[in-house]
Design a protein around this ligand. Structure first.
Ligand SMILES: NC(=O)c1ccc[n+]([C@@H]2O[C@H](COP(=O)([O-])OP(=O)(O)OC[C@H]3O[C@@H](n4cnc5c(N)ncnc54)[C@H](OP(=O)(O)O)[C@@H]3O)[C@@H](O)[C@H]2O)c1
Length: 294
């Protein structure tokens, strides 16, 4: 019998890609993808019931309130799912490897090129709850935190990835201003989950960064995405953070992923390199199955 891996947030963007890619990258596991429909992870009794049902040998914890706006609107709810549910699961998983997905947003973006040892300084409720959950997870010296970057992909609900946000906003006729002085290391979901599966096969304790191999401005990212979806072109325009008024935005969340890269059998791709790799028009451009990137 194969050991069971429990993937939470399986109906979300990254959990969905993990489940769909398991046959290719993780055939050694019996994969149990857990969605909210099966268990509300903020209910400790339901977490215990899940544990009794599956007795997993590994957990990859993707479930979260991942939208920054929703977290600002209801910080208590954000804390329940992002911190308390993580604590319940990590407690249950005390004797097995536990991989918690965190975010580049734990940093304030004042420096860029962040390494794992850099000090966290979250600027919004979402990031604060993720930073708190990181501390909870790392109380167990055998558990892992993987901070991931902005991820491009197609979610089951079509409203989770930044690419989907762009397509939805522009379909409604909203003009998007993309900052030329705000930087990220975006990743296609297909490469992200391949890396996560390789990491999970030899899980290491502690904190790891996992982002694309190219630091790009929001404007450069938008132009690259518009290369794939030309309908976006009339709706995107370059701008500057200097002209922005609103809640704080971290200017440079680029991360150095060398520590993770050293564990992987393949080179983490740059975002534009991935998109240039000759993806057939009718396939999901963010899935490894359709990309020719090596
Ligand atoms: N996508 C990115 O660009 C990105 C970047 C950095 C970090 N991350 C992190 O990566 C992880 C996965 O992100 P994602 O983009 O896949 O998020 P997502 O698409 O929003 O998926 C999260 C899933 O968690 C589920 N969930 C929420 N509350 C729950 C509860 N109480 N019980 C059970 N399930 C619950 C959600 O269900 P509902 O849909 O029903 O709410 C959703 O299916 C998150 O921890 C996120 O913080 C993501």
């Amino acid at each position: 019998m194969k050991p069971t891996v429990l993937i939470t947030g399986a109906a979300g963007l990254i959990g969905g890609y993990l489940v769909r890619s398991a046959a290719r990258w993780a055939p050694q596991w019996e994969v149990c993808g857990l969605s909210r429909a099966e268990a509300d992870l903020t209910d400790r009794d339901q977490v215990k019931a899940v544990w009794r049902r599956y007795s997993p040998s590994l957990v990859i914890h993707c479930a979260a309130l991942s939208r920054t706006g929703a977290c600002e609107q209801d910080p208590a709810r954000a804390r329940r799912i992002n911190v308390e549910a993580t604590r319940s699961l990590a407690d249950m998983a005390r004797d097995v490897p536990f991989v918690f997905l965190s975010t580049d947003q734990v940093f304030d973006g004042s420096k860029g090129h962040y390494v794992e040892a850099d000090e966290v300084r979250p600027l919004n409720v979402y990031a604060q709850t993720k930073a708190e959950a990181e501390r909870v997870v790392l109380e167990n010296p055998a558990h892992s935190v993987v901070r991931i970057a902005l991820t491009a992909g197609t979610s089951p609900t079509h409203d989770r990835s930044f690419v989907e946000d762009m397509l939805r906003a522009t379909a409604k006729g909203t003009k998007l201003t993309l900052f030329m002085d705000e930087f990220r290391c975006p990743m296609p979901a297909g490469a992200l989950v391949r890396a996560l599966w390789e990491f999970a096969a030899q899980p290491r304790a502690g904190c790891y960064h996992l982002g694309g191999d190219e630091r790009l401005s929001r404007w450069e990212i938008g132009e690259a995405v518009a290369g794939r979806y030309p309908e976006l072109r009339p709706w995107i325009q370059p701008g500057s953070l200097a002209d922005y008024h609103g809640p704080p935005r971290p200017p440079d969340l680029s991360m150095c992923s060398d520590k993770m890269q050293a564990l992987l059998s393949f080179r983490l791709p740059g975002f534009r390199q991935w998109l240039a790799s000759g993806i057939p028009n009718d396939s999901d451009p963010w899935d490894y199955a359709s990309a020719r990137a090596q």
